[in-house]
Design a protein around this ligand. Structure first.
Ligand SMILES: Nc1ncnc2c1ncn2[C@@H]1O[C@H](COP(=O)(O)OP(=O)(O)OP(=O)(O)O)[C@@H](O)[C@H]1O
Length: 284
């Protein structure tokens, strides 16, 4: 199967603090690939460069060298105009649902915005907003309300709906549940899994949490100090790691969390195999 996204030998560096300070190499030749319908988990410690990879794919940081190919097209140097067109297929969910939504726009307007930008008429956009709210298990009257009326988990559902609005092929999920409490986390993760099963969307799932990455991902890449040190099947990397750094990550992850997430993934796969498999609970 052709890759949806490939990143080859990607290098990103940022200017140093002072005028004479040397540039900091944040990504030192990163390569990865994502197939259609697949989730690639990207796990690593704080400051390892996870977010920078996502931002480089989205065109939010300048790329020093390397290639990013999305749906057969080189995009690392895409113009702002081309980026806007690409946003139909390439979307993002950020970590913090409290800052990622415009506080003065109703949820309906937030979800209509990307649709109108793609040239869809107002009446059709309104109809689609209803479908999106339903898909992320929010009530239809949410459309008329402001973000402040919703909990963190509900806001993250709005952010997911906004990302889904234009039917993307790939969503960069940058720590999408880190800002949520434990119970809410599970329902948002379940929702992302269910959406993938229904739509075939691919995810680049960025997280520092190995247990969460394990349950969400088909394959996992481990990043350490700007370099990918290991890539493999999620179950293999998280149980039989090869690289020393991955071993340390596995040892540092609470055993109970990893075991619980593994059990959840297996339960989800069993439920998905049945025709009436949809089984996503709602949160507060
Ligand atoms: N715009 C920027 N200018 C300067 N340095 C930056 C910039 N963005 C990121 N960095 C630096 O690059 C390094 C990697 O940052 P990045 O946010 O990608 O790490 P991360 O793995 O996502 O970490 P965390 O899990 O803590 O968010 C850090 O040292 C960070 O300070």
């Amino acid at each position: 199967m052709n890759d949806l996204l490939t990143v080859e030998d990607l290098r990103v560096s940022f200017p140093g603090r002072g005028r004479r300070a040397p540039r900091t190499d944040v990504l030192k030749g990163v390569s990865l690939r994502i197939r259609p319908g697949e989730t690639l988990g990207l796990v690593g410690g704080s400051g390892s460069g996870k977010t920078t990879i996502g931002r480089a794919i989205l065109g939010l940081v300048p790329v020093r060298s390397g290639a990013i190919t999305f749906m057969g097209e080189r995009i690392e140097g895409a113009s702002a105009r081309r980026r806007r067109e690409l946003s139909r297929d390439l979307q993002v969910i950020f970590q913090d649902p409290y800052t990622s939504l415009n506080p003065s726009l109703t949820i309906g307007d937030t979800l209509s915005e990307p649709l109108l930008a793609q040239g869809i008429g107002r009446a059709e956009a309104r109809r689609r907003v209803g479908g999106l709210l339903d898909r992320v298990r929010l009530p239809a009257d949410a459309a008329d309300r402001l973000p402040r009326e919703f909990s963190g988990g509900q806001r993250q559902r709005v952010a997911i709906a906004r990302a889904l609005a234009v039917g993307p092929k790939l969503i960069v999920c940058d720590e999408p549940v880190s800002a949520l409490d434990l119970t809410t986390r599970q329902t948002v993760l379940d929702l992302l899994l269910e959406i993938q099963r229904q739509t075939g969307v691919s995810y680049l799932f960025v997280s520092h949490d190995l247990a969460v990455v394990r349950v969400m991902s088909h394959r996992v890449s481990v990043i350490h100090r700007g370099e990918i040190v290991e890539t493999g099947e999620a179950s293999t990397v998280t149980t039989r790691p090869e690289h020393d750094y991955t071993r340390r990550l596995v040892l540092a992850a609470p055993v109970a969390d990893v075991a619980r997430q593994r059990a959840r993934r297996e339960a989800f796969e069993r439920a998905s195999a049945q025709p009436s498999g949809a089984n996503t609970s709602t949160d507060r």
